[in-house]
Design a protein around this ligand. Structure first.
Ligand code: PLP
Length: 405
């Protein structure tokens, strides 16, 4: 059970006033707010324990290294990876996908090869593959979705062929909310010996993820959407694949030995962690995981589903409001348009009431093009949101609708 009163006390920013109104923060899919324990972790580290990791023999360096490696272990347990070596810290989902597209691409993709992605990808899971294809002369194929926002996985057999080198697909859409049947997609891909990268940016904050049960080859997500500081992210990769891939970047910490003639690389995961990483915030990511575990991902998921059902029902009751994304299995977000009112007008008027929603192309232009749109409004929920906040959103949308009549 979510004890909403106490939960809200854990997130100091929720007390902020916006233009004299209490903040109603419904932009959690873009970035989530941070609990006190995460803020305190960062604050305390800079006050009491700040030294570069994996380098010094001095006390503070060893303390920071230990905390950083503890965070890696927390992530390993959180997604049930087999080994710590398979958990690589990155700057975010984007950093992780670029790492795989570049490094896996360098090793395994050649001219005329094919990469399959879906029509509902965030730009982060499109552009890195396009860059790879431009470098290698490879091409991208697309799994389409239907008008309800459900992926046409029935077409996978037609899309896959002997030139398919990887399938990269989102676990949950940041626009439609659709939770894709990735276990099924992975099983199919593996029949053809094709590895699968799963973009978990929108799934990890809401659903229990077990990378061994999914049997995915890569799973990526961002810390900042998971109540942790910005500039943190995770790349999970199967050890066997990561071992075969060249380093993404060169620099300190990723080497075993360096001479001007030849460099050898550090073992996993450090081979993929060149330079000074954002170690303070990674340690705070560990604190965010502790907080989620304490709250219970199952409790979070149940409460957010109630919020989603309530919001969907109330929004659909508003005349002229259309929701994009009608899959039965969704994460807690709703993208919509209200009559012919421009998404920016809706967003700006809501903002004046203290209600923060996302507007625009939502970093998914091809997805929006499916519906012939260039922008939408998105309300995305976290477990600190309330039913009253959804009421306030809907009341204000009713008013906006009247204003433009
Ligand atoms: N993938 C999905 C599905 C997302 O929703 C986002 C961010 O909104 C990203 C990737 C990119 O995440 P980041 O900007 O944290 O790297």
């Amino acid at each position: 059970m979510i004890d909403i009163k106490n939960i809200r006390k854990d997130f100091p920013v929720l007390n902020t006033a916006v233009y004299g109104n209490p903040l109603i923060y419904l932009d959690n899919a873009a970035t989530a707010q941070k609990p006190e324990c995460v803020i305190q972790t960062v604050d305390e580290l800079y006050r009491t324990c700040n030294a570069n990791i994996h380098r010094g023999v001095h006390f503070m360096s060893e303390q920071c290294t230990e905390k950083y490696e503890q965070a890696r272990e927390k992530i390993r347990q959180f997604i049930n990876a087999e080994k710590k070596a398979e958990i690589i810290f990155t700057s975010g989902t984007t950093g992780a996908i670029n790492t795989v597209a570049t490094s896996f691409g360098e090793r395994f993709v050649s001219s005329e090869d094919e990469i399959i992605i879906s029509e509902m990808e965030h730009h982060s899971n499109i552009v890195p593959w396009q860059l790879l294809c431009e470098r290698k002369g490879a091409k991208i194929k697309i799994i389409p979705f239907d008008d309800k926002g459900i992926l046409r996985t029935d077409l996978l057999d037609e899309l896959i062929n002997e030139r398919t080198k990887i399938i990269a697909v989102t676990h949950a859409s940041n626009v439609l909310g659709t939770i894709n049947p990735i276990k099924q997609i992975i099983a199919k891909a593996h029949k053809y010996n094709i590895p699968v990268l799963v973009d978990g940016a929108q799934a990890v904050p809401h659903e229990n993820v077990d990378v061994r049960d999914l049997d995915c080859d890569f799973y990526v997500f961002s810390g900042h959407k998971l109540y942790a500081p910005t500039g943190t992210g995770v790349l999970y990769g199967k050890e066997k694949l990561l071992e075969q891939m060249p380093p993404y970047q060169g620099g300190g910490d990723m080497i075993a030995t360096v001479t001007f003639e030849k460099t050898t690389y550090a073992p996993l995961p450090l081979k993929f962690e060149a330079g000074t990483l954002n170690f303070t915030d990674v340690i705070a990511l560990g604190a965010a995981i502790d907080y989620i575990n304490k709250t219970g991902l199952q409790n979070i998921a149940e409460y957010e589903h109630q919020l989603l059902d309530y919001a969907t029902r109330k929004l659909l009751a508003i005349e002229g409001l259309k929701i994009y994304g009608e899959a039965a299995e969704k994460v807690a977000l709703v993208s919509f348009l209200l009559n012919n009112i421009h998404h920016l007008d809706t967003g700006m008027i809501l903002d004046k009431k203290g209600i923060a929603v996302r507007t625009g192309a939502l970093c998914a232009e091809p997805l929006l093009a499916h519906f012939g749109k260039t922008g939408m409004v998105r309300a995305s929920f976290a477990f600190y949101n309330t039913f009253d906040e959804i009421d306030a959103l809907c009341e204000n949308l009713e008013k906006i609708s009247l204003m433009f009549k």
